[in-house]
Design a binder for this molecule. Structure first.
Ligand code: ADP
Ligand code: MG
Length: 614
């Protein structure tokens, strides 16, 4: 049978990888063997006959120096014919394409990441010219074997295997003989798999090579940082240093042990709804599932690790977990603990916290929006870019810098920080030294409205109409002088009337504003209307068809507006006012990232006005 095309490409990359840490293939195979035992142990809770006369799970590693083979064997759940075909060749896991992309992007890609993408098995082809998988599924009458040289095809045939489980035999490539040496193999197993909770035996040895006890149940003082790290690599299929390690035992109303990690890197599928490898749920040391919905709130989905409960019944089915009160209590406790540790971390090591925020801030903001119960710590964790400069600021720091006369927390939504910081909406704020938060994640369109206020200070979007900035004095005296050179009330009144007439129902209103210093006009959302950026987002997602009309705010100190106002009030020569009103309106739309309503009309008007200007 042929490999799925994507799998072939993946294998091509793995086979030709020049990566030196090839030994990670063993970690991947042991990890699969351990998963297979976990799966059967769980099934056997309800079908004890499946483990029958062989109830002690174990992994065995052996070598045959003459045949130059290395075998990893387990007595786990095993695979039947279909599963061998699907799991090892034809169904490309969702991570396959992502793995290929990441390897191609980084020129000398790092194969050690392979497990994270759910394709760790193929790492065997780094060192093997041929791989044979012989397996008997628990409870099945027949056994099957799979082999391949990793070059585009594999074959499956009946196998004489009598024991339950899977044996994976690697026929080593030339030059990979070191993987036949017992001392080296023992070292690798100790290094990568010491924390595997099953005994791993070497050859006919009777003493396990690893400690074979659940790491999370050991006392913290007995675990060194390296052991934590290796365990993290195992549960998270990760390869980097974890950003945070949280290990605690909860005792009281409910008892559980949690060993959780905040990854040091942003996983490739953080926003993929089908994302796998969540926090693993154990009940009294028996693995239950790594897909327990409701164990961790969605906005903490970057967490990796293990939660081992003493209170859930061992025979709890995955379905029963869905609305389980014990699970809900665990979630509460875990959420509380993780958030308070993150808050501590954010004050103790702001630089490290900034890196965390860079990776997972957008996800935490989902919590700011939806988890009203934990809003207080979540708002402490929140960081935002602002007009103050590089980097991000906390809300507390923002508030401490607020002007005396300033009542509200100002923010602006957009797609891109640079474009935002040049927006005319901000001119008046900048001129007065008022800081504005610049928000560019999609969730930013939602949380300020949902949260409402922080320490009594309301979140206000600068794209809202009718903001009174007059209370705060401009920083620069010149601005003040410029302001005094305003068009007269009469003139402005005439101009506003003329512009309203020209633009009709394209605008809700035309008003003067003091939020502008350098630009003649901008558009603002009326009280009660949706914010401009959110409306665009909803339009893109077909949530709304007809956008609401905006308020056109005009800057009475701008020379163009002053000239227009004089013309509007004066006798004759009003011919161009209509065209200019339209051009200004379209320009304001462009600045907000909106398309022109009528590009041909815009060009014609522009050409007309320019012609007369020369
Ligand atoms: P992952 O372990 O992340 O799912 P792998 O590429 O390591 O990805 O393994 C692919 C799949 O092959 C596993 O999900 C499992 O279904 C199956 N598999 C691999 N090794 C074994 C084994 N020793 N016993 C049973 N199934 C296995
Ligand atoms: Mg695996």
């Amino acid at each position: 049978m042929a490999f799925k095309a994507e799998v072939s490409r993946l294998l091509d990359i793995v086979v030709h990888s020049l990566y030196s840490e090839k030994e990670i293939f063993l970690r991947e195979l042991i990890s699969n063997a351990s998963d297979a035992c976990d799966k059967l142990r769980y099934r056997a809770l309800t079908e004890p006959e499946l483990t029958g006369d062989d109830p002690d799970f174990r992994i065995k590693i052996s070598v045959d120096p003459k045949a130059r083979t290395l075998t990893v064997e387990d007595n786990g759940i095993g695979m039947d014919r279909e599963e061998l075909i699907e799991n090892l060749g034809t169904i490309a896991q969702s991570g396959t394409a992502s793995f290929i992309k990441s390897m191609e992007a980084a020129q000398k890609g790092d194969v050690t990441q392979i497990g994270q993408f759910g394709v760790g098995f193929y790492a065997a082809f780094m060192v093997a010219q041929m791989v044979e998988v012989s397996s008997r599924k628990a409870g099945a009458q027949d056994a099957w074997s799979w082999h391949s040289d990793g070059k585009g095809a594999f074959s499956v045939e009946e196998d004489p295997r009598t024991e339950r489980g899977t044996a994976i035999t690697l026929y080593l490539k030339q030059g990979e003989d070191s993987f036949l040496q017992e001392t080296k193999l023992r070292e690798i197993i100790k290094h990568y798999s010491d924390h595997i909770a099953l005994p791993i035996f070497f050859g006919e040895g009777e003493e396990p090579v690893n400690r074979a006890s659940a790491l999370w149940l050991r006392a913290k003082s007995e675990i060194n940082p390296d052991q934590y790290k290796e365990f993290y690599h195992h549960v998270a299929h990760a390869f980097e240093e974890p950003a945070m390690t949280l290990h605690w035992k909860a005792e009281g109303k409910i008892d559980y042990t949690a060993l959780l990690f905040v990854p040091g890197m942003k996983p490739y599928d953080l926003f993929d709804p089908k994302r796998r490898h969540g926090v693993k749920l154990y009940v009294k040391r028996v693995f239950i599932t790594d897909e327990a919905e409701g164990l961790i709130p969605p906005y903490l989905r970057f967490l990796r690790g293990v939660i081992d409960s003493e209170d859930l019944p061992l025979n709890v089915s995955r379905e029963m977990l869905q609305h389980n009160p014990v699970l809900a209590k665990i979630r509460q406790g875990v959420t509380h603990r993780v958030l308070s540790d993150l808050v501590k971390h954010s004050t103790k090591d702001p630089d490290a916290y900034a890196a965390f925020w860079e990776n997972f801030g957008a996800v935490i903001k989902e919590g700011v929006y939806e988890d009203t119960e934990n809003r207080e710590p979540l708002l402490k964790l929140l960081r935002c870019a602002s007009t103050r400069g590089e980097g991000v600021t906390s809300l507390a720091d923002y508030v401490s810098r607020m002007k005396d006369e300033q009542k509200d927390i100002y923010y602006m939504n957009g797609d891109d920080r640079d474009a935002l910081s040049r927006s005319p909406h901000l001119e008046g704020y900048k001129a007065r030294g008022i800081e504005v938060l610049l928000l560019t994640d999609s969730v930013d369109d939602f949380w300020p409205g949902a949260v409402g206020a922080y320490e009594g200070k309301t979140f206000v979007s600068v794209t809202r109409a009718g903001q009174d900035l007059d209370k705060v004095a401009p920083l620069d005296k010149k601005d003040k002088e410029k302001k005094t050179e305003k068009a007269s009330k009469d003139e402005i009144g005439a101009l506003i009337a003329a512009m309203k007439l020209a633009l009709g129902d394209k605008v809700k209103d035309v008003r003067t504003t003091d939020r502008l210093t350098d630009s003649p006009v901008c558009l603002a959302a009326a009280e009660g209307d949706i914010d401009i950026h959110l409306e665009r987002f909803l339009k893109q997602h077909n949530q709304i068809r007809t956008p609401s009309a905006r308020i056109l705010e005009i800057n009475p100190t701008h020379p163009l507006v002053r000239k227009m106002a004089a013309q509007a009030k004066g006798e004759g020569g009003k011919a161009q006012l209509d065209d200019i009103a339209w051009l200004l309106f379209d320009q304001a739309r462009l600045l907000d990232g909106e398309p022109l309503s009528d590009p041909a009309g815009f060009s014609r008007k522009l050409a007309d006005v320019l012609t007369k200007a020369i």
